[in-house]
Design a protein around this ligand. Structure first.
Ligand SMILES: *[C@@H]1O[C@H](CO)[C@@H](O)[C@H](O)[C@H]1NC(C)=O
Ligand SMILES: *[C@@H]1O[C@H](CO)[C@@H](O)[C@H](O)[C@H]1NC(C)=O
Ligand SMILES: *[C@@H]1O[C@H](CO)[C@@H](O)[C@H](O)[C@H]1NC(C)=O
Ligand SMILES: *[C@@H]1O[C@H](CO)[C@@H](O)[C@H](O)[C@H]1NC(C)=O
Ligand SMILES: *[C@@H]1O[C@H](CO)[C@@H](O)[C@H](O)[C@H]1NC(C)=O
Ligand SMILES: *[C@@H]1O[C@H](CO)[C@@H](O)[C@H](O)[C@H]1NC(C)=O
Ligand SMILES: *[C@@H]1O[C@H](CO)[C@@H](O)[C@H](O)[C@H]1NC(C)=O
Ligand SMILES: *[C@@H]1O[C@H](CO)[C@@H](O)[C@H](O)[C@H]1NC(C)=O
Ligand SMILES: *[C@@H]1O[C@H](CO)[C@@H](O)[C@H](O)[C@H]1NC(C)=O
Ligand SMILES: *[C@@H]1O[C@H](CO)[C@@H](O)[C@H](O)[C@H]1NC(C)=O
Length: 347
């Protein structure tokens, strides 16, 4: 679990560093005055209640805005394009004044204590690609209004207190969305079928919410999906063989602690594992704590040769020793709490 999450983060940073600062393409639309950006940042500073690490100490009336801690301008100094105050331990309301930074491409306020709702005015940040608000104290509904941002690529709202449902309309317009992390919130209701409209999603993390209903069948249309983590929700329905059989590039599938069941009234795991054999890149399979019934089918031997973690504990699965011999999997324990190694990594 940790390894995949870490590598996603690294991949993300890689993507970010590789992306050109494409602000010049739209310069004719904008007032290039850095003065407005500076005024907005200084006004934002005034809203901060506690800044124990003095993150904002360099933000002053007579300073150069492009040299403020956490601030980056585009190379022509036309506007502020990035604000990163992550891990600042800053306390304050999440102020709508940030939306005055009209050229902003990346906003990262992760791991602070920003509170309040996500300001609807953020919908005016038209150039925003990356929005990291994870690990704060934000509440209120999911920010549906961000659907108007044409280039929003990463939306990370993990570790807040967001409530309510995930509105289908958010997914009506999501051609750029690649990474959506809503884990560790209090979101309820169904995962909208419309999510299948977002062709570029490779990370879907809904871990630890209160989602109900079935996984939407439309996920089968998101061919780039790399990580699906829906652990610790209240999802129901049959194990999603119909979806997984079409998602050839999934590397990590976390379904643990939901209320799903196997085929034939929770007695037959064969169709799911057969479908899963199509995921030839699969490295992590977590299906613990679902009260799943059935015998471990021999098709488990056809799972990806890259599989290195399979968690099946806290189910009612009965084993079949012959799978030990038929697979590239090195070892397993009787409880099916399995950490496999690949043959080619040993000896
Ligand atoms: C650009 O912004 C500055 C400062 O906010 C303002 O004085 C100026 O009139 C603006 N220019 C245009 C063309 O909007
Ligand atoms: C933010 O933008 C609004 C609308 O353009 C403007 O009225 C307001 O003065 C700006 N606030 C700051 C602090 O720059
Ligand atoms: C923000 O800065 C922190 C270090 O202070 C860094 O670890 C993180 O990757 C940065 N985030 C972005 C989106 O650049
Ligand atoms: C969105 O990205 C495209 C491609 O990089 C670019 O041409 C377009 O100007 C961007 N739109 C905005 C509003 O930044
Ligand atoms: C979809 O995006 C377009 C332009 O990017 C925007 O005009 C429209 O309002 C968006 N629709 C919704 C439902 O957000
Ligand atoms: C997948 O996309 C195709 C083509 O857009 C569509 O006809 C089909 O209904 C979609 N499948 C699901 C399960 O949403
Ligand atoms: C989730 O499922 C658990 C156990 O099945 C149940 O106690 C709880 O009320 C459910 N929560 C929601 C939000 O449906
Ligand atoms: C697995 O892939 C094969 C070959 O592409 C395809 O025919 C089959 O329908 C897939 N299985 C499922 C369950 O989708
Ligand atoms: C174990 O799996 C093998 C291969 O699929 C099958 O022939 C055998 O009957 C199974 N054994 C039991 C006890 O189910
Ligand atoms: C597995 O292979 C070993 C050695 O190749 C053999 O002794 C054993 O009987 C096999 N076990 C099963 C269940 O097929």
């Amino acid at each position: 679990m940790i390894s995949i999450r870490t590598s996603l983060l690294l991949l993300l940073q890689h993507l970010f560093l590789m992306s050109p600062s494409a602000v010049s393409g739209s310069h004719h639309h904008r007032n290039h005055s850095l003065l407005a950006d500076k005024a907005a940042l200084l006004a934002f500073k005034k809203t901060i209640i506690f800044d124990p690490k003095y993150m904002l100490a360099s933000w002053s009336e007579d300073g150069d805005v492009c040299s403020f801690t956490g601030v980056r301008c585009d190379k022509h100094r036309h506007s502020v394009v990035k604000l990163n105050l992550s891990r600042g331990a800053i306390t304050g309301p999440l102020s709508p004044i940030i939306s005055n930074l009209s050229g902003l491409r990346s906003l990262s306020l992760s791991e602070n204590n920003f509170y309040g709702i996500i300001p609807p005015k953020f919908s005016s940040l038209h150039h925003l690609h990356y929005l990291f608000l994870d690990s704060n104290s934000l509440h209120g509904p999911f920010p549906e209004f961000l659907s108007v941002l044409p280039n929003l690529t990463v939306l990370s709202l993990s570790g807040n207190h967001l409530t309510g449902t995930l509105p289908p309309s958010f997914f009506s317009n999501c051609t750029s969305l690649a990474n959506i992390d809503l884990s560790q919130n209090l979101l309820t209701g169904q995962i909208p079928e419309e999510i299948g409209n977002c062709p570029g999603i490779w990370n879907l993390n809904l871990y630890n919410n209160q989602f109900t209903g079935e996984l939407p069948a439309s996920l089968a249309n998101i061919s780039e999906l790399y990580n699906i983590d829906v652990e610790y929700n209240n999802l129901t329905g049959e194990l999603p063989g119909n979806i997984m059989g079409k998602l050839y590039s999934v590397v990590s599938l976390h379904l643990s602690y939901n209320n799903m069941f196997s085929h034939d009234h929770n007695t037959n795991l064969e169709p799911f594992f057969t479908a899963l054999a199509n995921c030839t890149e699969l490295e992590e399979l977590e299906m613990a704590g679902m009260n799943l019934g059935g015998r471990l089918p021999s098709s488990i031997g056809r799972l990806s040769v890259n599989l290195d973690t399979m968690l099946l504990q806290e189910n009612r699965i009965s084993g079949n020793d012959s799978f030990r011999n038929s697979t590239s999997l090195q070892s397993y324990s009787a409880e099916f709490d399995v950490q496999f190694s690949k043959w080619n990594h040993s000896s």
